[in-house]
Design a binder for this molecule. Structure first.
Ligand code: CAA
Length: 383
């Protein structure tokens, strides 16, 4: 039985900042951001939207009423939760009107949690092949104005419907993992932004990739030729490229060229969005599926990395006719119709927060699932 991604879509908010504007405002050569980090634009979120808004909007693009009646689990992977107790999944389950006898929960391990959610979904469907699982990977990457991580911010969500008749990708059940207790990026309670040792995080990312790659070779007896493409967690698009280049001493020049071309096709969307933390790998996967020439039976390798750190390498097989089940036009329209922010607009949007004084407020964001108000610290969403 094949189990995997039946449908997949992403959502990003309606605003972005151009990286040239950010570079000039911070007194940096724009090439550092465009070439050095590989980022052209950065998605920005108004305070009236959050991971629930993003996740619900992404899922709504792909779910039919029939799907909603078959979903047994809603899993949200995130490190940008609004609440230490109540999960975003319960609210998304409600906003999407999914059948009530479902399990809804949220999971965390930095940017790795979307992958855990996907693999848990796979395991559940193995035991319940006639049911479906909704997986959402949603995050808001914020490091602070004028911080070292500022050019690597972003936000968005990816929604995936997992079933036993996957129309897009079948998961191969070949994961290899690696855990290492390290402080490269973490956000202790009480901190609005993460604490990050940026250069250490780059090193651990690359080292973790090379470790799971070697483990995959050992356990699954696979080499680079077995994959039509390799996709990576993309905190900024140069990061995965640096890890990919770690393989070059062991592969031919021709093979390196082939993989790098696929890599370029997989980062098209991320260059315009920035970091989605746990959704980043899957935004890259969507970009590859929608902008590359894959054929049925092709194998795609996926490297998932969550600081702290946990990594996983696994693979998926491209399904026949997958291209007919993508929502490429909606994705292109979503990216193209966004409003560009000036630096003062960005800084104002960045700094505005939902009030936490328990009083009642009404807001004026009419967009789908946006927060229309707050009362006694309960966010009220448009639906
Ligand atoms: N033209 C072209 N390239 C230039 C340039 C110019 N004028 N100026 C600098 N560059 C290049 C540098 O050579 C460098 O390239 P390499 O990495 O290939 O050597 C690149 O631009 C970045 O330069 P620096 O290393 O000097 O940049 P920095 O000190 O500002 O730090 C950063 C960059 C560490 C990524 C920082 O933005 C940061 O801390 N970001 C947040 C942490 C992060 O994203 N870590 C990634 C791994 S952890 C992870 O993956 C989990 C997660 O999602 C957070």
């Amino acid at each position: 039985m094949k189990i995997g991604i039946d449908k997949i879509a992403f959502h990003v908010p309606n605003y972005y900042l151009d990286m040239t504007d950010l570079a000039l405002a911070r007194g940096v050569d724009p090439n550092k951001f465009h070439i050095g980090l590989g980022q052209d634009q950065m998605a920005m979120l108004p305070f009236t939207q959050d991971i629930i808004t993003l996740g619900a909007c992404a899922a709504e693009k792909i779910l039919t009423d029939e799907d909603k009646n078959k979903i047994d689990m809603v899993i949200v992977g995130t490190e940008s939760s609004n609440d230490f107790s109540k999960s975003a999944a319960v609210i998304i389950h409600h906003l999407l009107n999914i059948q009530p006898y479902a399990r809804s929960f949220e999971i965390k391990q930095a940017c790795y949690s979307g992958t855990v959610a996907l693999q848990q979904a796979r395991d559940y469907i193995a035991a319940h092949p006639d049911r479906k699982v909704l997986v959402i990977a949603a995050d808001i990457a914020k490091y602070g104005l004028n911080s070292g991580g500022e050019p690597t911010q972003g936000c968005g969500a990816v929604a995936m419907l997992v079933s036993s008749q996957p129309k897009i990708l079948a998961l191969n059940n070949d994961s290899v993992f690696y855990s290492e207790d390290v402080y490269d990026f973490w956000r202790p309670s009480g901190h609005d932004y993460p604490l990050v040792d940026g250069h250490l995080s780059n090193e651990i990312y690359i080292d973790s990739f090379l470790k799971v790659w070697e483990e995959n070779k050992k356990v699954n007896k696979k080499n680079s030729q077995d994959y039509a493409a390799l996709t990576f967690h993309l905190p900024y698009t140069k990061m995965g490229r640096k890890a990919l280049r770690g393989l070059y001493p062991t592969i031919s020049e021709e093979e390196a060229k082939r993989l790098e071309q696929k890599y370029d096709e997989a980062i098209t969307y991320s260059r315009r969005v920035g970091n989605l933390y746990t959704g980043s790998l899957y935004l890259g996967l969507i970009s590859l599926l929608e902008n590359s020439s894959l054929t049925a039976g092709d194998q795609v390798g996926l490297f998932s990395y969550g600081s702290g750190s946990v990594s996983e390498f696994f693979s998926a097989e491209v399904m026949p006719g997958f291209e007919n089940h993508l929502v490429k036009k909606e994705h292109s329209a979503l990216l193209d119709k966004r409003t560009q922010l000036s630096i003062p607009e960005y800084e104002e949007m960045f700094s505005k927060k939902i009030p936490t004084d328990g009083k009642q407020y009404l807001f004026d964001d009419k967009s789908h699932f946006a927060i229309r108000g707050i009362d006694h610290d309960i966010r009220i969403y448009n639906n």
